[in-house]
Design a protein around this ligand. Structure first.
Ligand code: SAM
Length: 777
């Protein structure tokens, strides 16, 4: 593993983050006007569709409030904006004058100002738009629709190929079709339109004359295509196909001779009629060539990965690896429980509910039942501006000053959340909900009192210290060993573990072990733009590949003379993921309320298509031939479905909140003195002073817990739980052998609503409370 480099300069880190956000925002805004993908199905909004991410939600608010001290806002003296800002200025006279914003910052700010408008559509709008608009296809005329093959020929005559008509009309039923061609004069243009009209292409209602575009150069056609951003472009010119490959999702290259495939997203055919790609299903629904091929060609391997543990073969393998003994699932869970030091429980099969967690000994009310470590987890992209945390364990890093400074910096730029995450009035306010919180409000729209930029910078740079922050020490951030400047760590050990378990393949830095950093960038951008659960799925795949390589090396060390049992090693590497309850994402996702049931098939097709696009991008970035089965669409769909059915929200409390509460609790004299300095910062932060780290994660043991509407346990973060682990606490006394259950939903809801929410998890609850409620309804 490469060594971790030292901490980045805060300004460098911020500038990079802003540049990434700016590029991301620009990309987002441009893609809002294209119709090519379902956009922004972030894991939380997907969660909203399906009632997903187990509603055992680790919401910090809900967790801390009832059982521990009442959450409260530190008292703030009411004062005018002027006096607040003046107090800040007067107490900050030591700010070094040289701290200023770079040109890059200003440029980033310009991009943000220009693009970041609160216009993100809701999921319902996106789906409706998708279902009604279909896909965009662009196609050249010469050699595809017309018999002629050069503009010179068009000057003499124009002949529409009769065999193409049917498929063309079929495409226009489902897609937004644009035809285009290079012509040498106006007469050719008129002749082409006339020929298309005579062939009946315009009369069917599918195509209008305005969608036939003419240009005078080949470059003109390229720029038409780039501006239109189709899902598919059909052409005969190999150079154009090659040039467009980077920009256009898929292309069909029509050629009488079968040319070499120039890029993975360029397909070839002798004619549009013969092409599988031109079938409406292909163009309107999922394009799943290479990942489907894996499904077909490796069906045995894929089925083995999706089959429940264990097999005799695996046990044989474990013997040959000699470092592992018996690895059937029961043994696997035993080992997991021992490694978590939570020996009061065991995982057992139950005939009605599958696996479940059972008490091995008695638990008292409030007693800790389980503390589970993350197998794979992510911080939500939007939360990265609010909290700087370790990319492996999610502990806050830096310092209280750096956390506050960063947050205010982004807030001043209008990038950090500015409204309360629980507010439901967002859309009326012009702020659009994203990941369960307000994504964007202009810096000026909230009632916080912004501080001068120099003040914010000096806080962020560590040049200014706030009183009493030494009571809240945080680890210094370490940069990623692969030099991506996207991941930061609290320790060498976390950096190393992350590198070894997934980040070495998913790092975009110069030391990345991916096969293409460019492709990886595209994959990440697509995930950020659509659904960040793809990043988590990529982590699960990277985890398995890296584990496979490690097991193989271990095997070769011990069994040098034998051939490597690759499939068995892959199954062993995959085991931690295999134990999660799975269904394919597009099968289990619930239909959003505003999608008509008659559109259900199309909706599921769109979801499948989205997963397919993501997987193609991931494959281009980290494909490993020996682990090919992992890149099948079935496996990808099942991994995502597993996250949707099992994941827990990841929440880590902020030390900034603790800091302000600490100041609030000081004896009067000290408090007044400290608040002279801290108050302007608290005022500037507003309610966001307590924003916590938010993400989503898969916890292997916790994911075995079944639901009950009268649960005997719950996910609950205690004061000492300061990282991303899942903590399960007894709600009442639990007897030995009793099943430990949690509630996936708000169990106070009426019976009918509870059952509706639980339908998203694919079962109907038969707990005592439901049985009783059912008898009354
Ligand atoms: C997080 S997993 C729980 C572990 C799961 N039983 C297994 O075998 O891996 C969630 C899935 O378990 C099943 N499940 C959980 N609670 C249930 C209940 N009360 N009744 C029936 N099935 C339940 C459902 O299939 C649900 O989608």
């Amino acid at each position: 593993m490469a060594e971790s480099s030292s901490s980045p300069s805060p300004t460098e880190e911020i500038v990079r983050l802003i540049k990434r956000l700016s590029a991301y925002v620009a990309f987002k805004m441009s893609s809002l006007f294209s119709t090519s993908t379902i956009r922004k199905l972030d894991s939380r909004s997907i969660g909203a569709i399906a009632g997903l991410a187990i509603a055992v939600i680790f919401t910090w608010r809900a967790i801390r409030t009832p059982r521990e001290r009442q959450r409260r806002q530190p008292k703030r003296r009411i004062q005018s904006a002027e006096s607040s800002s003046a107090a800040a200025q007067s107490s900050l006279t030591s700010i070094p004058p040289e701290v200023s914003f770079s040109h890059e910052d200003t440029a980033a700010q310009d991009v943000v100002d220009q693009f970041f408008q609160p216009v993100k559509p809701t999921l319902g709008q996106i789906v409706r738009q998708k279902l009604s608009e279909g896909r965009k296809v662009t196609c050249r005329l010469l050699g595809v629709i017309l018999e002629e093959s050069s503009p010179e020929e068009l000057q003499k005559q124009v002949t529409v190929r009769s065999s193409v008509l049917e498929v063309l009309l079929e495409i226009t039923k489902y897609c937004d079709l644009y035809l285009m061609e290079r012509v040498l004069d106006d007469e050719s243009e008129a002749k082409v339109l006339q020929a298309l009209e005579s062939a009946g292409i315009f009369t069917s209602g599918g195509l209008v004359k305005d969608k036939v575009l003419f240009c005078s150069t080949e470059i003109g056609r390229t720029s038409f295509v780039r501006q239109l951003e189709p899902d598919w472009h059909i052409d005969t010119n190999p150079e154009i196909s090659t040039q467009l490959a980077r920009f256009i999702k898929y292309q069909l290259h029509v050629s009488a001779v079968k040319p070499e495939r120039t890029a993975p997203n360029v397909f070839t055919s002798q004619s549009i009629e013969q092409s599988k790609a031109s079938s409406p299903e292909k163009l309107t629904g999922a394009r799943m060539d290479s990942v489907s091929e894996i499904n077909d060609n490796l069906s045995v391997e894929v089925s083995a990965l999706l089959a429940p543990l264990p097999s005799l073969q695996l046990q044989a393998l474990s013997l040959s690896l000699s470092c592992r003994r018996n690895i059937d699932s029961r043994e696997y869970f035993k080992q997991l429980i021992t490694s978590r030091s939570c020996n009061g429980i065991e995982v057992k099969q139950n005939l009605s509910n599958g696996k479940g967690v059972y008490a091995n000994s008695e638990f008292q009310e409030d007693e800790l039942i389980l503390k589970d470590q993350i197998l794979v987890g992510i911080q939500h992209s939007s939360n990265k501006v609010d909290c700087l945390v370790c990319s492996f364990c999610f502990l806050f890093i830096g310092s209280v000053e750096k956390q506050i400074g960063r947050k205010l910096y982004f807030k001043n730029m209008g990038l950090s959340g500015c409204c309360d995450g629980d507010s439901s009035e967002s859309e009326e306010d012009g702020c659009v909900k994203y990941n369960g919180k307000q994504e964007q409000c202009g810096a000026s729209s909230s009632n916080h009192k912004s501080l001068p930029q120099e003040v914010v910078s000096s806080l962020m740079n560590g040049e200014m210290a706030l009183p009493y922050t030494d009571k809240f020490p945080l680890p210094s951030p370490l940069s990623c060993p692969g030099r991506c400047q996207e991941a930061f760590y609290c320790s060498e050990s976390c950096a190393q573990k992350d590198w070894e378990t997934s980040h070495s393949l998913l790092c975009t830095g110069e030391r990345s072990e991916s096969i293409s950093r460019e492709a990886l960038g595209e994959f990440i951008q697509h995930a950020n733009d659509t659904n960040d659960i793809f990043l988590l799925a990529a982590k699960a795949i990277a985890f398995t590949i890296l584990k496979y390589r490690k097991l193989k090396a271990e095997y070769l060390n011990k069994q040098a003379k034998q051939s490597v049992p690759k499939q068995l090693l892959l199954l062993e590497a995959w085991k931690p993921v295999s134990i999660g309850y799975k269904r394919r994402w597009w099968d289990c996702i619930a239909l959003p309320d505003d999608v008509d049931p008659s559109d259900e098939g199309a909706f599921r097709m769109q979801i499948k298509d989205l997963a397919c696009t993501s997987l193609e991008l991931l494959k281009a970035a980290i494909f490993d031939k020996e682990c090919e089965a992992l890149f099948s669409l079935d496996i990808y769909g099942n991994i995502i479905g597993m996250f949707e059915l099992n994941n827990l929200d990841l929440v880590v409390a902020s030390p900034v909140e603790d800091y302000f509460l600490y100041i609030d609790d000081l004896p009067d004299a000290e408090k007044e003195e400290a608040e002279e300095i801290t108050r302007p910062f608290l005022d500037a932060l507003g309610d966001e002073y307590s924003d916590c780290c938010q993400g989503t994660a898969f916890f292997p043991l916790q994911s075995c817990m079944n639901h009950s509407c009268c649960p005997n346990a719950k996910a609950f973060k205690r004061e000492e739980d300061r990282d991303g682990q899942a903590v399960i606490i007894a709600l009442r006394q639990i007897s030995k052998n009793e099943e430990v259950t949690i509630s996936y939903i708000d169990e106070e809801l009426p019976y009918i609503e509870r059952q509706a929410l639980l339908a998203d998890y694919g079962f109907s609850c038969k707990c005592p409370k439901c049985l009783q409620d059912a008898s009354v309804v």
